[in-house]
Write a protein that binds this ligand. Structure first.
Ligand code: PMP
Length: 432
């Protein structure tokens, strides 16, 4: 496969952009390959600057649930661009998108638009702290909520000891307010809440963890998290940046029938433009400025181009049969990959996970239920698998700990081609 132009651009990019990329995982570091510079995309396919074509399962890390350049989204953006791209004043579009979110997501009564998932979680945490007058936050091992200071934190040595920063540049004084517990372990959470629950402003969680591979909550786990937080007046924040409008029209909370106090969104609600949002109970949301005392703002928040892209995307998702079809295609892909792994003689070394249109193959024989299980994966074997898939025109996430997304644009032919390619790639990775 010729990647000459991508290589040249990467070298040039490194002169002007740290690491040559604007978000670290794009650099393909952990898979040892050249990042493909993308020239265009349509439906389920992307093309790089050397003219190579790929079936895309990254889908811009989740937003492109309708596939790339969906006609109705593109049309909406074009029409709006003619009318201006930002006013810094209220528009009818933001009211419309807010209303759609409130109608689709069961727990959300009011919603505030921001520009990224990171901004959404950062603002939700501040709001929870302002509302409760408490400082501590509980998060889960392996959970990712963007690059917010308070959330780039891992567990210290004991369960309820101070958290420690996972990046230089975060004062220990910030990190110490964050407590990290393992996912799918209700006793660990209970212990912390019993000890310091009255000082805890929020528990923030991805209801299905999708940044440590794919970790699905065990039966009854989320219900218990809801109970424990409610008992102590702790704000339960569901980070639905990935699961929102993905697991079901109302996200993970509708899928599992749990009512969080606040929810964070991003990705899909922007239809591929930079958007985030956080919302929830009126009583809490009204604590935000200008109604309430907690400050939060944004020059480009509710940007009309982003709003129209979000509206058009959600309109498509409201059509009948969309989620069923996404699920069926993903089932087909998962089943096909399992068969391919069996043929390649590697099945026993793998762990397959899927929920609705999100899926993953971990290169471990452990049944992955938490972050520590995920870390047992053979990342070298994944890298070999990844490179062989890419070479055959299948673009997977360049990391073992990221998932594959199905879009409405993926075809039966795409899936069959992916399965065939996987058989070859699994064989290559089988001996590692
Ligand atoms: N929360 C979750 C669950 C995410 O997956 C991400 C991004 N992958 C974020 C928050 C941060 O979103 P953004 O990259 O838009 O800041």
């Amino acid at each position: 496969m010729n990647v000459r132009r991508s290589k040249e651009l990467f070298e040039e990019a490194k002169k002007y952009i740290p690491g040559g990329v604007n978000s670290p995982v794009r650099a393909f570091k952990s898979v040892g390959d050249t990042p493909r510079f993308i020239a265009k995309a349509k439906g389920s396919h992307i093309w790089d600057v050397d003219g190579n074509e790929y079936i895309d399962y990254v889908c811009s890390w989740g937003p492109m649930i309708l596939g790339h350049a969906h006609p109705s989204v593109v049309e909406g953006i074009k029409e709006q661009a003619e009318k201006g791209t930002s006013y810094g004043a209220p528009t009818e579009l933001e009211v419309k998108l807010a209303k759609m979110i409130v109608e689709m997501v069961p727990s959300v009564e009011k919603v505030r638009m921001v520009n990224s998932g990171t901004e959404a979680t950062m603002s939700a945490i501040r709001l929870a702290r302002g509302y409760t007058g408490r400082n501590k936050v509980i998060k889960f091992e392996g959970g990712y909520h963007g690059h917010v200071d308070a959330l780039l934190v891992k567990a210290g040595s004991g369960l309820t000891t101070f958290g420690v920063p996972t990046s230089p540049g975060i004062p220990e004084d910030f990190a110490k307010h964050t407590i990290t517990v393992p996912f799918n372990d209700i006793d660990a959470l209970k212990k912390v809440i019993d000890e310091v629950g009255n000082d805890v402003a929020a528990v923030i969680m991805e209801p299905v963890m999708a940044n440590a591979g794919l970790i699905i909550p065990e039966e009854g786990y989320l219900e218990k998290v809801r109970e424990l937080t409610a008992e102590k007046g702790i704000v339960l924040i569901f980070d639905e940046v990935i699961t929102g409008f993905r697991l079901s029209p109302g996200g993970a909370q509708q899928y599992f029938n749990i009512t969080p106090d606040l929810s964070c969104f991003g990705k899909i609600i922007g239809g591929g433009l930079p958007v985030g949002a956080f919302g929830g109970k009126k009583e809490i949301m009204d604590y935000l400025a200008p109604e309430g005392p907690v400050y939060q703002a944004g020059t480009l928040s509710g940007n009309p181009l982003a709003m129209i892209a979000g509206i058009k995307t959600l309109e498509e998702l409201q059509k009948p049969g969309v989620y069923e079809s996404l699920r069926e295609k993903t089932n087909k892909l998962s089943e096909g990959l399992k068969e391919a792994a069996k043929k390649a003689g590697i099945y026993d070394k793998l762990c397959f996970k899927q929920i609705e249109s999100i899926s993953i193959v971990y290169f471990t024989n452990k049944d992955v239920k938490n972050y520590q299980d995920a870390l047992t994966s053979n990342t070298e074997a994944y890298a070999v698998f990844f490179r062989k898939m890419l070479e055959q025109g299948v673009y997977l996430a360049p990391s073992q700990f990221e998932v594959a997304f199905m879009s409405t644009a993926h075809t039966e032919e795409d899936i069959e081609k992916t399965i065939k390619a996987a058989e070859v790639a699994f064989k290559e990775a089988a001996n590692l």
